[in-house]
Design a protein around this ligand. Structure first.
Ligand code: SAH
Length: 213
């Protein structure tokens, strides 16, 4: 569980790469420069931790590419104390980036193995989510709604209705929508029944799966 000067140096290089690709929000860049991504990966992949690439974690899932994490986080426009729901906890890397920004984070994971591993790991390195939940992200988290924003970190074949209903008025949902390739989509709740939708190019995620538990 070491975070050395070497790791810190590599992280600053990663920040420069992500900036070069178009991320401008200083707070987001700071968070990428702070979260020790190498600790979120299995030791065999340590050399790759600060490359701007997605990588395998447990249970056939991936830790998202840092640029993608930064891109989605920038779209969320996180303010301190925002109440945020994340769908797809995975390694917890995106969760940690949101916590660095001062958000109150609720995160749902449907793979029990990952849920257990990440629930143990995050507090060990000082990241305390409000709640990590083992469950189906398609349903959102009605008992804690409404949220300032919701982020989906797996490719969704469609926008789950439940998530729209759990946004505050003015709240933002950032979700990659599509099958093989996804379009990064930002949906802003303008009123009780009014939603505005914007699209931000193509990304590739592991699929958001229907609940198997
Ligand atoms: N945010 C993660 C990305 C993990 S990949 C990170 O930074 O590492 C996407 C994750 O979504 C996987 O862990 C996968 O198991 C999870 N997932 C897939 N379908 C889901 C669903 N219906 N509900 C909750 N999580 C889901």
């Amino acid at each position: 569980m070491k975070d050395t000067f070497k790791h810190k140096g590599l992280r600053q290089k990663l920040v420069a790469v992500v900036k070069e690709k178009g991320i401008v929000d200083e707070k987001v860049l700071n968070a990428i420069g702070t979260v020790p991504r190498h600790l979120f990966m299995d030791s065999g992949f340590l050399d790759y931790a600060y490359k701007d690439m997605a990588f395998p974690i447990a249970a056939d899932q991936t830790i998202s590419q840092p640029y993608t994490v930064a891109f989605q986080t920038e779209l969320l426009q996180v303010k301190k104390d925002d109440k945020i729901l994340e769908i797809g906890t995975g390694s917890g890397y995106q969760t940690a980036v949101l916590l660095e920004l001062g958000a109150r984070v609720y995160s749902i994971e449907r793979q029990q193995e990952l849920f257990k591993k990440t629930s143990m790991f995050l507090p060990k390195i000082g990241y305390r989510a409000k709640k990590l939940i083992f469950g189906d992200g398609y349903k959102g988290l009605e008992e804690e709604a409404p949220f300032d924003s919701i982020i989906v970190t797996a490719g969704a074949p469609f926008v789950p209705k439940a998530l729209l209903g759990q946004l505050k008025i003015g709240g933002r949902l950032v979700i990659p929508v599509g099958d093989a390739v996804q379009t990064m989509t930002l949906i802003t709740r303008k009123g009780e029944k009014e939603f505005e939708q914007e699209e931000f190019g193509e990304f590739r995620f592991v699929p958001l799966l229907e609940d198997r538990n």
